[in-house]
Design a protein around this ligand. Structure first.
Ligand code: SAH
Length: 238
């Protein structure tokens, strides 16, 4: 294949030598495909890109949460369940979703658990990540002043049945599962990848029963009716 003024090209050199010329001499479809493949190389999925995208997701997560956390401090609490079990569950989720992948991002530990990197798998991770961040923000906005990090009933707590809560009762937990799935796809490591889903599963499994019990005690039949026409995590399914 000939690039004007530059002579023969390899796929590797094509990107550098012809990029920006807008004038690649392509004699056939195969050459055009090679040019496209070479251009795509510029966005290659590497371990570093996966780690950076995962970090960007965590930064986005924190940016979404921060204003709600600040506001929540000013809203009175009528009832709180914050015992050792609750703090252990939160700690477990933190370790799986943030600490283990964070350590991997910074140090590469545990290197022995590294798995082969499959570029398309890495790119696919962006789908659950974007969905998780959207759902995370949406559920905070919908819960408004009723949101809290642990199991709490606020002063003048209202039962929210609108927005994403119209379809599922625990969209925030769904967003944690999606964040965990993104972590699995973005980080090519058999420990740091799956630890997020494990953390989300522990959070969900150990907390959701207690949370619903608390809501039933506070809202009675109103919450029972709400449960009857909604699912927990995935609309119409689970
Ligand atoms: N489990 C929910 C909310 C997590 S935040 C989710 O995954 O989206 C936890 C707090 O939200 C709990 O302390 C509870 O008081 C409150 N909460 C949960 N569901 C609610 C609802 N439908 N309306 C109002 N408050 C709710």
């Amino acid at each position: 294949m000939i690039c004007p003024k530059m002579g023969p090209l390899s796929v590797q050199s094509l990107r550098w030598r012809c990029m920006g010329s807008g004038n690649i001499s392509v004699g056939n479809q195969g050459a055009r495909n090679m040019a496209a493949a070479a251009a795509f190389e510029g966005f290659a999925m590497t371990r570093m890109v996966g780690v950076l995208l995962w970090s960007a997701g965590i930064a986005g997560w924190y940016i979404i949460r921060y204003p709600f956390e600040r506001r929540a401090k000013k809203i009175g609490v009528a009832r709180s369940i914050f015992d050792r079990r609750e703090s252990s569950i939160l700690a477990f989720a933190f370790v799986g979703l943030f600490l283990i992948p964070g350590l991997y991002a910074v140090t590469g530990f545990p290197a022995a658990a590294e798995r082969p990197l499959v570029p398309v798998v890495g790119w696919l991770g962006l789908v659950p990540q974007a969905t998780a961040l959207w759902l995370f923000r949406r559920s905070h906005l919908d819960l408004g002043r009723n949101w809290s990090i642990s199991l709490e009933i606020r002063d003048r707590h209202a039962l929210v049945e609108t927005g994403v809560y119209r379809l599922i009762r625990h969209p925030m937990y769904s967003s944690f599962f999606l964040l965990g799935l993104a972590q699995l796809l973005l980080l090519p490591n058999w420990v740091a990848g799956p630890s997020g889903i494990v953390g989300a599963a522990v959070l969900y499994a150990c907390r959701v029963g207690r949370e619903e019990q608390m809501m039933l005690e506070r809202f009675g039949d109103h919450y029972r009716d709400y449960m009857a026409h909604t699912k927990q995590l995935i609309p119409w399914i689970i």
